[in-house]
Design a protein around this ligand. Structure first.
Ligand code: NDP
Length: 480
């Protein structure tokens, strides 16, 4: 048992109240560390530290800030194995996934924005015979970054890297369910003597710490990734204070498979896009629509592969499916399986808690589950479940599947499998979604805009979009 601490003003420190929360290892269901149960007092101290650091950090040259971000990236890379173990222990994800996806991506986030900021440019608008406008893109000040538990370091660094690169100082709140890698990052900051107060972590509960960050008058922008209902709450408290808001929220993504697809590629990728990270990636395709001539073959082959996914100890290198993140989340996911049955669905594989022996006997595991026979508009097919569950259903025409795909309140990502180029363009244009992958999934170019439409969010992250969000545009007009 060890204790995770806050990181404020360059110091690893205890919460002012002295109160702590239990931190569980999902694979064992047991408490393995304590985390600060911080409150508005800790947030106030962190904001003060960030305010104090802002004049120094924002006036550094872009090259110098870029070098600091590279130093952070290099240190995470140097400690990659330690970070991967921590992420797997804290979240329940297979260590192989943490090692090959989560932590390398955190490194890339810092490296990418270290370079992107050196290419960031502002605009000039010439008014012939009148004058010239030029636009400055200036850092905002202290910004708040609030991130979820599913990709803890990956999504946290996706926010703090552009915020820091653009010259802001940061008060961040990682999910209270997965705080470990943010704590390791604070140790990395100390190890490289990262300037004090530029990056601060306050650990604790969303309604206490998260909301205190959102309502603090000196925090000028909030970048949030998490559930749609939390996003709504944050907008309701921060918007009346006229803060800049970026909200990356939930999804209920369609995976649309036409009979003319590259079958092997589609099958292998669809297993991944359904169950990677136990289905707890906002981009996972949880509703699979298959063109009718292919439906029975797909169902047989897909179920055969899914039933072979090895559920096991996340620390085992052979494990493909680890634990879900918490007992409460496991119960929520299992309740959706019961709902699906009540709505007339048939579970064709999985459908229950998985038993993993020895040290994991009390862990929170669910067998990857495939359900068929549901209507497109039932609750199971409309609400975000965010676990190892997919539904499959046949379709006959493009119009029909577009209607199914676009029928939810969400619009984050969609996947499309077809060899027909015209159809791919036609469908991609009509899908109500911030991201469309054609014949692939989770292929990410960090320069591209990332975000959702409808209840999946407001604003875009990624590339220059993130640098625009984390800067304020000031237009200067000079008359001839
Ligand atoms: P939550 O919305 O529950 O939490 C996200 C973060 O917000 C956590 O740090 C949480 O703290 C904090 N929080 C909770 N309440 C408040 C509040 N009132 N004010 C400020 N902060 C608050 O999401 P989950 O952690 O459960 O993550 C899963 C969700 O995230 C899914 O809906 C998923 O789709 C979405 N997601 C979206 C992505 C995207 O890019 N669009 C990417 C990844 C996930 P605490 O942990 O203490 O509750």
């Amino acid at each position: 048992m060890f204790t995770i601490s806050n990181f404020i003003g360059g110091n690893i420190c205890n919460p002012i109240s002295g109160h702590y929360l239990d931190n569980f290892e999902p694979a064992t269901g047991k408490v393995y560390s304590l985390i600060p149960d911080s409150d508005h007092n800790d947030v106030a101290v962190a904001v003060e530290a960030a305010q104090k650091a802002f004049p120094y950090w924002s006036s550094l040259s872009i090259e110098t800030r870029s070098v600091w971000l590279i130093k952070l990236a290099d240190k995470i890379e140097e400690h990659l194995e330690q970070f991967a173990e921590a992420e797997s222990k804290d979240n329940g994800k297979p260590i192989t996934l943490a090692r090959t996806m989560d932590i390398p991506r955190a490194v890339s986030n810092f490296k990418f924005f270290a370079h992107a900021i050196t290419q960031f440019h502002s605009e000039s608008h010439h008014m012939e015979g009148v004058g010239i406008n030029y636009t400055l893109r200036q850092p905002i000040g202290v910004v708040g970054c609030i991130s979820p538990w599913n990709l803890p370091l990956y999504l946290l660094t996706w926010k703090i890297a552009p915020a820091l690169a653009a010259g802001n100082t940061v008060v961040a709140k990682p999910s209270e369910i997965t705080p470990y890698t943010a704590f390791l990052l604070s140790k990395v900051c100390q190890e490289i003597n990262f300037p004090a107060g530029v990056l601060n972590f306050v650990h604790g509960l969303g309604p206490k710490v998260g909301e205190s960050i959102c309502v603090h008058p000196s925090v000028k922008a909030i970048s949030f990734t998490g559930g749609t209902s939390t996003g709504k709450r944050i907008a309701s408290v921060a918007a009346p204070m006229f803060k800049k808001l970026s909200l990356e929220l939930g999804g209920k993504n369609p995976n649309i498979i036409f009979a003319d697809c590259d079958y092997e590629e589609m099958l292998a990728t669809s297993v991944r896009s359904s169950f990677a990270n136990q289905g707890q990636i906002c981009l996972c395709g949880s509703r699979i629509f298959v063109e009718r001539p292919l439906y029975e073959k797909f169902k047989t082959d897909f179920v055969a592969r899914v039933s072979k996914l090895q559920v096991g100890d996340p620390m085992d290198n052979n494990t493909k499916t680890g634990a879900v993140v918490s007992e409460a989340h496991m119960n929520k996911v299992l309740s959706y399986i019961e709902l699906a049955k009540a709505e007339g669905g048939t579970v064709i594989t999985g459908g229950e808690r998985a038993n993993v022996p020895d040290r994991c006997a009390e862990g929170w595991f669910i067998n990857p589950t495939v359900i068929e026979g549901l209507a497109y508009n039932c609750r199971t097919n409309q609400e975000e479940i965010f676990g190892p569950i997919v539904t499959i259903m046949p379709f006959d025409t493009e119009e029909e599947v577009l209607m199914y795909a676009n029928s939810t309140d969400y619009g984050l990502a969609a996947t499309l499998w077809t060899q027909n180029l015209s159809r791919a363009h036609r469908m991609a244009e009509k899908l109500a979604s911030g991201i469309v992958w054609v014949n692939c999934w989770l292929v990410r170019d960090l320069r591209t805009p990332f975000g959702g439409v409808k209840n999946s969010g407001v604003g875009r992250e990624g590339g220059m979009e993130a640098l625009h969000f984390f800067t304020e545009a000031k237009n200067i007009c000079i008359s001839y």
